[in-house]
Each structure stands twice: as structure tokens, then as C-alpha cells.
Design a protein around this ligand. Structure first.
Ligand code: HEC
Length: 245
């Protein structure tokens, strides 16, 4: 079953998404002993492992202001369950393994970050709500002041839906929070050939030169230098997207 989700701005390319599942659910621990840094952003007891967008807001509100995205990531409890891709098809287009899109999962919450480039100032959220759908939300960093719970949903709102709906189809109102609609849409994942082992990204993190790519090194340090990471593919049932010509 294959359908074309969107025509990308590039003109010739489209995104084909299907429900085939090709992930090997190999879970491996990666040794982080090579990259270690002192932790400056510390989550208060019980807030370091958000499983919902509201719990992520609670954590952000508890961190010093202004809060950078790397500070938020640094504060998360370890081990951190990670998947990585060099896919360029999303709102956080990766550029090779050096600038891979990283998914942090704490079921049913998936958060994604990109170390550098367009989209790297955003924390993207999806909450699995079943039937191949996930609630979508987003926050732009740095965050200057305490956030209301509706803020991440408000940020993705456009005229009739969200900024995510162009690629994530089947968009629908799922709920509301303080009069702000919460939208769910199709959950998507990269194909296996675009998968990058988090251990490989970690090895790159160990060689990151802040003199050359300060921003990228800051995020890679936030992800990898504060304890163990565990490779965890996105849920098998999520639709897979490939660029097709
Ligand atoms: C240009 C197309 C595009 C847009 C716009 C887009 N996405 Fe995606 N998204 C993708 C693709 C493709 C994937 C599969 C992973 C990959 O290739 O990086 C994906 C996967 C995801 C995932 C992984 C799990 C899931 O449930 O889908 C999250 C989280 C996500 N996107 C969040 C968002 C949010 C939030 C928005 C809106 C602010 C958004 N995306 C807008 C293309 C897009």
C-alpha cells in the first residue's frame, strides 16, 4: 500500500509513505564513557522523564530561564532511548550522520531534535494515540518565561489545521486545551536505509570541535555526555516514508 504524501518544494521529489514495517527491533546499550561532561541543567526529582507534552512543559518550567533546547535535553533522565536518521524529508532535515535528526522516545511520547540548521531551534513532539496517529506539537527555543500547557499546541496552529499537516496526513481535531485545539495526524518514520545507529552519532559527538560547529557540539554533548543512551527504533507500526522521484 503506497501513497504519495506530499510534493516537496523541490518539485521533482515526492514523499511516498507506506505501512510496511522493516525495523529490526535491535536494542543495544551504547557505552558513553568516552563523552562525559558535568551536568548544569538538572531536572527536579520526578520531572526528568516526561511521557506527555504536559510533563515536558512542567520540566521546561522548572529549568532556569531562558532555557535553551540543549539545556532541556541535558536535564533528561538517563538512559535516553534514541533513534537517529539522516532523512531530509521532514521539517527537521538532517545533513548526513554529522547532523542527524534524533528521536528521544518515552512511550507514548516521541520528541525530536536536530543538532544544527533549519529546524534545530525547535523541539518537535508526537504522542502516539493509536490507529497510526499521533498528536503533534512543537516548541521554539530558547524559552524565556513560564509556559502555559496550551503553548506547544498553539505553536503549530495554522489557519485550519497545523503546520505539520502538509506531510502528516489524516489531520483531525483530537481534543482541546484552554480553547486551543489539539490535532492528531499520521505518525511517520524514516525507512531503515536512512537509519543511523545512535552509537555512530555518539562517536561523532566525541570528535565534535566547538571551534568549528559550536551549536552542533552543544546539542550532541547534551544528548550523549550525561549518561547512557539506548538505541530504540520508532514503533514498528508507524508508516514509513521514502523520497520517490
Ligand atoms: C516536510 C514534511 C514534514 C512536515 C511539515 C512535518 N513533518 Fe514530521 N515527519 C516527516 C517525515 C518524513 C517523518 C519521518 C521521519 C523523518 O524522515 O525524519 C516525520 C516524523 C515525525 C515524528 C516522528 C513520530 C511521529 O509520530 O510522526 C515527529 C515527532 C514529527 N514528525 C513531528 C512533526 C511536527 C510536530 C510537525 C509540525 C510542527 C511536523 N513533524 C511537520 C515529515 C514532516
Amino acid at each position: 500500500m503506497r501513497e504519495s504524501c506530499i510534493a516537496l518544494a523541490l518539485g521533482m521529489l515526492a514523499l511516498g509513505c507506506d505501512s510496511e514495517s522493516a525495523q529490526d527491533a535491535e536494542v543495544q546499550a551504547t557505552d558513553t564513557s568516552e563523552v562525559e561532561a558535568p551536568r548544569e541543567c538538572i531536572a527536579p526529582e520526578g520531572l526528568g522523564r516526561p511521557r506527555s507534552i504536559e510533563q515536558a512543559v512542567d520540566l521546561i518550567n522548572a529549568l532556569p530561564k531562558p532555557t535553551s533546547l540543549s539545556c532541556f535535553v541535558e536535564s533528561l533522565d538517563r538512559p535516553l532511548a534514541l533513534a537517529a536518521t539522516d532523512s531530509q524529508s521532514s521539517a527537521q532535515p538532517a545533513e548526513g550522520a554529522e547532523n542527524a535528526r534524533l528521536f528521544i522516545t518515552e512511550d507514548p511520547l516521541i520528541m525530536s531534535v536536530l543538532p544544527d540548521g533549519p529546524g534545530s531551534d525547535k523541539l518537535e513532539f508526537a504522542v502516539d494515540v493509536g490507529d497510526g496517529l499521533s498528536i503533534k506539537a512543537e516548541l521554539e527555543f530558547p524559552i524565556e518565561a513560564e509556559l502555559p500547557y496550551a503553548a506547544p499546541y498553539d505553536e503549530v496552529r495554522r489557519a485550519t489545521g497545523t503546520s505539520c499537516g502538509a506531510c502528516h496526513l489524516r489531520e483531525q481535531v483530537w481534543d482541546t486545551i484552554d480553547d486551543v485545539p489539539i490535532f492528531a495526524s499520521e505518525a511517520l518514520q524514516h525507512p531503515t536505509e536512512r537509519d543511523i545507529s545512535p552509537a555512530f552519532v555518539e562517536a561523532l559527538a566525541g570528535n565534535c570541535d566547538p571551534g568549528l560547529t559550536a551549536r552542533r557540539c552543544e546539542m550532541l554533548t547534551a544528548v550523549f555526555a550525561h549518561g547512557e543512551t539506548v538505541a530504540e527504533p520508532l514503533p514498528e507500526l508507524i508508516k514509513i516514508c521514502r523520497l520517490v522521484e
